[in-house]
Design a protein around this ligand. Structure first.
Ligand SMILES: *Cc1c(COP(=O)(O)O)cnc(C)c1O
Length: 397
């Protein structure tokens, strides 16, 4: 093979991405990531954050962070297993367990980290993992850290899952077998068929693992997809993030006391990466308290989502198969979708295009993320822009 230096590798590949229009330029926000964001001095309606409940900018979380920072400092000083575990971490974990209706919980530095941590702590050589083909990148990477055999099943295809579970069990080749799924799939907004997955898992003795990054704070009166289906005592691993509906940063695993005890001695990001900072932990505690004491924010989120989805459909757009506030607006071709998003931006609406290879070719979409913090007036303005751009590009009549 011809040798190639780093500089030419980078130059060649960057040029190729730019040529194909796949190079992503990042524009920093000049203020908070709220329902209106400022970029290069312009205010835009923000339909692209994961800040479902508007908590990222909530004054109660901000005050909690400031107070904890003054009391405990800016950083936690060490990894959790040395002496980076502050009273705040313990308090957060107790609250997360209560929130998730599990015996215990452990917090990590991110949701991504949870999947790096938890899968490889229990799965290894001689095991198998059944994984939905649309699972999040962090699940795919988490599986790669194990020596287990990964078996992909068709997206939410319960016949396929059942057949592959049966085959894996019957082969006699595997000790432990795990089934892993997102709770809510982030590109289409559909919900995993957890009651079927639990039934199949019980039939074939599978470990169950649900990454509910987009369900927590949104479904099940805030407790997530597992609670939504009343399955809190039948899922082994519940993964959540503290960076979407909770509005801050971090992730957690909720489950049995033994599972959490095991993760605290065996999962590598817990052992080898510094603990979440005090300010972030205190904000998360404040957010969980808000989630557990009222449903007002969730109700506003769902009302705003229904309003936006009905508005888009009334204009003649398709919002796909969503069952959650995630609101795809299906456009079609890759270039057309990029052009649509660029025109929205020019007209004052920030909503990202999602195209191949993230979603199948020809199903490019604008993904809209309404939040509890949007006003009806903001959503009306966004819909008016959708109507204008849709007519201009002849996607609607
Ligand atoms: C967003 C997301 C993550 C990553 O969470 P972070 O806290 O942002 O690291 C993990 N899993 C799923 C399913 C996600 O949607």
């Amino acid at each position: 093979m011809a040798s190639i230096g780093l500089a030419s590798f980078l130059r060649r590949n960057l040029a190729e991405l730019k040529e194909k229009g796949l190079y992503n330029t990042i524009e920093p926000l000049e203020g908070p990531n709220g329902p209106i964001i400022r970029i290069v001095g312009r205010d835009l309606i923000n339909l692209s954050s994961n800040n479902y409940l508007g908590l990222a900018t909530d004054s109660r979380l901000v005050e909690a962070a400031v107070e904890a920072t003054r009391t405990f400092g800016a950083g936690s000083g060490a990894v959790r297993t040395i002496n980076g575990t502050l009273a705040l971490h313990a308090e957060l974990e107790e609250k997360l367990a209560a929130f998730k209706h599990t015996e215990a919980a452990v917090a990590y530095q991110s949701g991504f980290n949870c999947n790096m941590a938890a899968i490889s702590a229990v799965m290894g050589a001689g095991d198998a993992i059944l994984s939905d083909e649309l699972n999040h990148a962090s699940i795919i990477d988490g599986c790669r850290l194990t020596k287990a055999t990964v078996i992909r099943y068709g997206h939410s295809d319960m016949d396929d899952l059942r057949a592959k579970a049966q085959e894996a069990r019957a082969s006699g080749k595997y000790d432990k077998i795990m089934v892993i799924t997102d709770g809510v799939f982030s590109m289409d907004g559909d919900i995993a068929k957890l009651p079927d997955i639990v039934r199949i898992a019980e039939e074939f003795d599978l470990i169950t693992y649900v990454d509910d990054a987009h369900g927590s704070g949104v479904l099940g009166e805030g407790a997530g997809t597992v609670k939504h289906f009343g399955l809190s005592d039948r899922i082994d691993f519940q993964i959540g993030t503290l960076s979407k509906a909770v509005g801050v940063v971090g992730g957690y695993v909720a489950g049995s006391r033994d599972l959490i005890d095991w993760l605290k001695v065996r999962s590598r990001p817990f052992l080898f990466s510094t603990a979440l900072p005090p300010g972030a932990v205190a904000s998360c505690i404040a957010a969980i308290d808000i989630l557990r004491t009222g449903k007002e924010l969730q109700e506003r989120l769902w009302a705003n989502a229904a309003y936006l989805q009905q508005g888009l459909r009334r204009l003649g757009f398709s919002t796909g198969v969503t069952e959650t506030p995630i609101t795809p607006c299906i456009i079609g071709g890759e270039e057309e979708t990029q052009r649509f998003s660029a025109r929205l931006y020019e007209e004052g609406v920030y909503a990202k295009a999602i195209v191949f290879p993230t979603v199948p070719r020809g199903t490019g979409r604008i993904r809209n993320m309404p939040t509890a913090a949007h006003t009806t007036e903001m959503l009306d303005r966004a819909l008016a822009v959708y109507e204008k751009v849709g007519r201009e590009l002849k996607l609607i009549g």
